[in-house]
Design a protein around this ligand. Structure first.
Ligand SMILES: [Zn+2]
Length: 137
C-alpha cells in the first residue's frame, strides 16, 4: 500500500509549500505521476482525499489533479535518449497493459534503439511529484 505513503508525502509537501506562500486555503494540487510509476490511481486519489481533511491550511475537496508524465530513458553507452511511448509501440504493449507494466521488465526486454546497449536508465517519468499548487491568500 505505498499509495498511502506517496499520498502523505504529497499532502505534506503541498501544506509546506502553502505555508511558505502564506495561503489560507489550498484550492488545487497538481500531481505528476510518472508513466512507469506503479500506482493504483484510485487508491492514491482516495488516500489524498482522506489525508487532506485534517490539514492546515485546509485543502479544498476535489483539489487534486493527477497528470501522467511521459517517461524518458537515457542510454549510458551512447547517451541516446528516447521516450517510453516509442518503445511501447515497438513492443506492442497497449495502454491498459502498461498500467501494470513493471519498470524492471523494461530493463529485461529492451535495448537502446541506437546502439543496442542494455545499459540505460529511466531519467524522467518515474515517481510521483508535486507539480504545482494553487490557493487563496
Ligand atoms: Zn545507446
Amino acid at each position: 500500500m505505498h499509495e498511502w505513503a506517496l499520498a502523505e508525502s504529497i499532502v505534506m509537501a503541498a501544506v509546506e509549500e502553502a505555508t511558505k506562500e502564506k495561503l489560507k486555503t489550498i484550492t488545487q494540487v497538481t500531481v505528476c505521476i510518472g508513466e512507469l510509476q506503479q500506482i493504483e490511481k484510485e487508491i492514491f486519489l482516495f488516500a489524498l482525499n482522506e489525508l487532506r481533511k485534517s490539514q492546515k491550511p485546509p485543502i479544498k475537496k476535489d483539489a487534486f489533479v493527477l497528470r501522467t508524465e511521459k517517461s524518458t530513458l537515457t542510454c549510458h553507452t551512447c547517451g541516446n535518449t528516447w521516450k517510453f511511448t516509442e518503445m511501447k509501440k515497438k513492443l506492442n504493449i497497449t495502454d491498459s497493459e502498461s498500467i501494470h507494466f513493471i519498470p524492471e521488465v523494461v530493463f529485461v526486454h529492451t535495448r537502446c534503439p541506437r546502439c543496442g546497449s542494455p545499459d540505460f536508465e529511466i531519467t524522467k517519468g518515474r515517481g510521483v511529484i508535486l507539480s504545482s499548487i494553487k490557493g487563496v491568500r
